[in-house]
Every structure is written in C-alpha cells, then in structure tokens.
Design a binder for this molecule. Structure first.
Ligand code: NAG
Ligand code: NAG
Ligand code: NAG
Ligand code: NAG
Length: 596
C-alpha cells in the first residue's frame, strides 16, 4: 500500500493530500454520494463529477511517486491501557509510544499525520450555493407603527450565559410583537454562574437593535414616566415554550391591567414552532439586529485576521470541558478515584442533581467529547496536522495534560490568549460575556466550526452558519462515536476513520441535513432558509413539498434507522431532535452552566 508522506507541504489544503489507496477513495466517494441522497436531482451531476474526480485521483495516485518513507516520531500511537476509553490523563502520546514499545505489544491503531480526503472540499458544504437566508416579512406582517398599543410595555430579564441570553432577547422581540406591546431593551442576567456585570448596551449595539427593528416592534431604552411617576412593572414568569395563544391568555390580561409586565428568567419561553412570519422575525433579530458593540467586533476581527494570516483556512473548536460541565453531566473520563472525588465534590453544588450512571450517559451520547476524541474525529474527517485550530474554551479539566493528545494531533493550536496580548484583552478579560462574544465572532467567521458539546453556543452558531450559507459545522454524533472510541483498540485507522466519517453524515452542517421544522429552531432555522431554483424540476411548485414527504429524500440522515429516529427524540421533548445529548439540561433550573 502506498502512503504518500507529507514532505513538509504545510500550506496545502488537506484535500490535496491523496494519501489513501484508490479503494479507500472509492469508498469515500460512495460515502459522499450516500450523504447527498437528499439532493436527488443533483445526483447524476454529482455522480458524473465524482467519477471524473475518481479518475483524476487514480491517475494522481499512480503518477505521483511516493516520497521516501521516513519514520516520524509524531505518528501517534494511542495508549491501550485506559479502558473503557482513553483518559484525558494519559499524558503525551509520545511517552505512550515508548511504553508501548517497551512492553512489546503491537497496536494497529496509528494515526496518520495527514487527513484523507472526503471527496469534496473540506472547507465548504456541497451545494451550499443553492441556499440562502431569507427573513423578510411577508405582506401580511403588520408593522409596529400600525399595531403597537399605547400603554403596553413588555420588559424581560434574560437568563444564563451569553448565548442563552441571546435566545431570550430574540424571543422577547417576538413576544412583544404577539402582544402588540412596546419592548423595553432587555435586562441581562448579571447574577448567573457567569457573573458578568455588563448591561445590554455594553454587549450589543443598542442603537442598531432599536433602529433595525423599528418596523417590527417598537423598542425603547427605559419605561416612560407617568406624569413624573415611574411605572413599576408587574413581575411574572411564563411557562417554558409558551405559545402565542398562551401569551394572549396569560400575559395580555395582566398587561392590560398593569400596563407594564416584566418577565423573569426569560430563556426558551416562546414555543419552538411558530408561524413562518414570526420565525422570520426571530431570524431578523438574531441574525441581523443583534450586533456586538464596536469594541467587541473590532477585537473579534483582529483575532480572525490573525488566524487568516497564519493560514488561508482555519477550524474553530468550541471545547467545553470545564470541571463544572463534566461534574454536571455526570460523565466519567477515566481519571480514576481522583477524578471521581473531584467531580463528585463539585456535584454537591446542585441539590436537585441525582446520581447518574456515567456509562449510560456516555452510551446515550450525553458526554462531551474529550479533546483527544475531537482530534481523532477531525483527523478521520480529513483534517491533517497542518491545519490551524482556534480553540474557544474555558478552564479545561486536567489542564495541559488533557489537551496534550489534541495538540499532538494538531500542533497549530491558537486561542484568544495566544493571538492577543494582555493589554489588548484587558477590556474583555474580566467580563465573561465579552470574552464569549469574542469567541462567538471567531467561531462564526471560521471556515469550519467544530464543537464537542451540544450547548447553547453550539446550537446558535449551527443555525447561524446554516443561515449564512451553510458553512461547515461539525457536531459530534456522540452516540455513534462513543462505540467507535470504545472499540478503537481493535480496529485499524482505516476502519476506524471510515466509521467516523459515516457516523458523521447528517452532522456536518450541510443543506437539508435536518428536516424543516425538526430540531430546535435556533439550530435549524428552516423558515429562514430558501433555495434557489436549480433547474426546471426544482422550479415546480411542489418540488419542495415532495422532497420532504416522500420519506427518503430531503432527509440526509439517510443512514438513520428506525432506532436512530427514536434515539433522536430520546433526550429532548418531541419538539426537538438534536444530534447529541445535553439538550435536556436546558429544561432544568440549574442550567446556567450550559447557558454558554
Ligand atoms: C429583503 O429586504 C431587503 C430590504 O428591505 C431587500 O434589500 C432584499 O432584497 C429583500 N430580500 C429578499 C430575498 O426579498
Ligand atoms: C394586535 O394587533 C392586531 C392588529 O391591530 C390585532 O389583530 C390583534 O388582535 C392584536 N393582538 C393583541 C394581542 O392585542
Ligand atoms: C450600562 O452601563 C454603562 C457603563 O457602566 C452605563 O453608562 C449605562 O448607563 C448603563 N446602561 C443602562 C441602561 O443601565
Ligand atoms: C476487542 O477484541 C477482543 C478480542 O478479540 C474482544 O473480546 C473485545 O470484545 C473487543 N472489544 C471491542 C470493544 O470490540
């Protein structure tokens, strides 16, 4: 078998590295074809294209003479001694390799330095050019000017971290629209776990927020005085996922009586499903009206610029592996008694938290991937060791030791702290939301966004990236990957990586990956995604409907069996189907950790 070694061509695209045998390439291409089954009228075109690509690859493989094989120290050999899965405490892979050699055992699992190739440009989603964000109001949408009632003021206080607050702000605008009320600029949660004292105008451009939504909802900075007297709003909460008629029943009567109502803990308080015009309003707020303040945007741009100076393309990884996160999730990562004791001590913080079975949590895909697992997933998907990664992360449990295996797979490892100096970050560093906003901007701008978790930031960015052109967004299919990580000692890299690739079909941020209406709206804003007419076939008015009702097409999770379908709904209520666990924590009251 020919293995073309990377002779220091560090600035090549990984997809230019054809280091797998023709058979494997064929397999990968067939994977892509399966993956694209949803775009059925595109199929012949893709087949033809793939065939020619295959021919080209075959020719390329034959013609290029392999450079001499050099034994490289940093070909990874993974430790075998940490059942059931590798511990983040296993230390550097190089050390393990030595130990491995000493003990004379053989492992077949060698991680190559270069990625394979997915059969398409790793940095773009196939056919994304046929989709665009569309959130303009329809003709029947009433303007604020016509419908806003005098003396109806809605106030909200958000809850959680930056991204959870963002969903609250978005929904507050829609709630005000439903109630024909004037919205007072939302109050941010300053008492959450994240303890950020910033107010709305220190995070978001408040002038733009008010002016860009002026046609939709009247927004003011503070309650007017009533002849010199300050109106005191009536405080209440609404149920989670309250529908428009629920607002009319529960909030409207109070609003009519008291004139000003303040809704507390405002996150996920509006139903997921709404009519398309209200969904589009959600998109106008979330994707167009909520802009960070200039200082945040400027610093974010600097960070992106510095990443781009290092390489043409980059991956951003949102890595949630904080001690609190792990404690709350009830997962176990192989760190022995020390880990058990540390995490269980943190767990005391939540009175309502019941004991969880770590094995079960992991089996059900509810555990965030370890940094090492993220690295293996990325390499399997085709990203080589020359790729630059921006890591957005809090305190990582186990620190550098936990990060070491990821860093040895991807040594071009960057973060806010490595890209900018202390002085530059001073205005942000003591404010968790401002720091989170910087990460949000870099992750949003990245060519490929990867998460190890399914928290609020992952979901919001997944939706946003769909809206703005289906930029690749990799969310681990943790339920399937778990089995692969568990069994990896028994398999070769080729087998392992091929299985990772097929497990990730439907979790890559491609168009039509999730059926419209399925999943949480913020992660799958289907009412705001339109498709250009590709050909006569697609132009027929029924094309869309047909595509989503004939069972096979339209659902790119084509590998989904009935069991998978059930699994997709297992963790959350019937309205949501998310690729990977942790979504259910949004339903708990102690959810602030996940409110990143
Ligand atoms: C949406 O509205 C904006 C301005 O109001 C306009 O420029 C844009 O073309 C519209 N988009 C679509 C898809 O109609
Ligand atoms: C809001 O205003 C519209 C148009 O004037 C009206 O049809 C609707 O019933 C009003 N809704 C509420 C909750 O006041
Ligand atoms: C927000 O904070 C800034 C700076 O502390 C302050 O100047 C401004 O008045 C605050 N705005 C509100 C609405 O509280
Ligand atoms: C690995 O192989 C051994 C022996 O062949 C087997 O007993 C074990 O169940 C396998 N483990 C996994 C996770 O497949």
């Amino acid at each position: 078998m020919k293995k073309k070694k990377n002779g220091g061509h560090h600035h090549h695209h990984p997809h230019h590295h054809y280091n797998c045998p023709a058979a494997a390439q064929l397999h990968q291409i067939s994977l892509i074809l399966r993956c694209r089954r949803g775009g059925h009228y595109l199929f012949p075109l893709i087949s033809a294209l793939s065939a020619s690509v295959l021919l080209f690859l075959a020719a390329f493989t034959l013609l290029s003479s392999p450079p001499p094989l050099i034994e490289r120290r940093h070909l990874l050999q993974l430790p075998r001694r940490h059942p059931p899965f590798s511990s983040p405490f296993s230390g550097s892979a190089v050390r393990d390799e030595t130990e491995e050699a000493d003990s004379g055992t053989l492992t077949t699992f060698r991680v190559p330095e270069r990625g394979g190739n997915l059969g398409h440009d790793l940095w773009n989603s196939p056919s994304s050019e046929f989709f665009y964000g569309c959130s303009n109001a329809s003709d029947k949408f009433r303007t604020a000017e016509k419908k806003t009632e005098q003396n109806r003021y809605l106030l909200i206080v958000t809850s959680g971290g930056l991204n959870q607050q963002r969903t609250g702000i978005t929904d507050a605008v829609v709630a005000a629209y439903i109630l024909n009320a004037t919205l007072v600029v939302p109050k941010l949660d300053q008492a959450s776990f994240w303890k950020d004292s910033s107010n709305f105008s220190e995070i978001f451009d408040v002038k733009w927020f008010i002016s860009s939504l002026s046609k939709d909802v009247r927004i003011i900075k503070q309650l007017p005085t009533d002849g010199g007297k300050v109106i005191t709003p009536h405080s209440m909460r609404v149920a989670r996922k309250c529908t428009p008629s629920c607002y009319e029943k529960r909030v409207l009567p109070v609003l009519n009586k008291k004139h000003a109502v303040q809704l507390g803990k405002f996150d996920y308080r509006l139903s997921n499903r709404l009519d398309p015009d209200l969904q589009k309003l959600r998109c106008r707020v979330n994707y167009h009206s909520l802009k960070f303040t200039d200082p945040i945007v400027e610093m974010g741009e600097k960070l992106v610029h510095r990443m781009r100076r290092k390489s043409k393309h980059f991956i951003a990884l949102h890595l949630r592996f904080e001690p609190d996160m792990l404690a709350f999730s009830g997962c176990y990562y192989g760190g022995g008694d020390k880990e058990r004791a540390e995490l269980s001590a943190i767990r005391q913080r939540w009175k309502s938290l019941h004991q969880k079975n770590p094995e079960k949590e992991r089996r059900h895909g509810r555990c965030p991937l370890t940094p090492e697992e993220v690295g293996l997933m990325l390499r399997s998907l085709g990203f080589g060791s020359d790729v630059h990664i921006y890591v957005a992360s809090g305190e990582v449990y186990g620190g550098e030791e936990t990060l070491a295996p990821l860093k040895s797979l991807f040594s071009n490892f960057h973060s806010k702290e490595t890209l900018a100096n202390k002085e530059e970050l001073a205005a942000f560093a003591t404010f968790s939301s401002r720091m989170a906003a910087l990460d949000f901007l870099v992750c949003d701008e990245s060519d490929v966004f990867v998460t190890n978790n399914n928290g609020n930031m992952a979901r919001i960015l997944a939706g946003r990236r769909r809206y703005f052109g289906h930029k690749p967004t990799i969310r681990p299919n943790a339920k399937k990957l778990y089995k692969l990580f568990l069994g990896r000692r028994n398999s070769t890299w080729e087998e392992f990586s091929a299985k990772v690739r097929s497990s990730q079909i439907g979790f890559m941020g491609m168009p039509n990956e999730v059926k419209p209406g399925r999943g949480e709206f913020h992660e799958n804003p289907s009412s705001c995604i339109c498709e250009t007419r590709r050909n006569d076939n697609a132009a027929s008015p029924d094309a869309d409907k047909k595509r989503y009702t004939d069972g096979s097409a339209g659902d790119d999770r084509s590998s989904a069996t009935a069991e998978d379908e059930r699994e997709q709904y297992y963790f959350s209520d019937s309205e949501t189907a998310v690729p990977n666990g942790l979504a259910q924590v949004a339903e708990l009251d102690d959810d602030e950790f996940f409110s990143d």
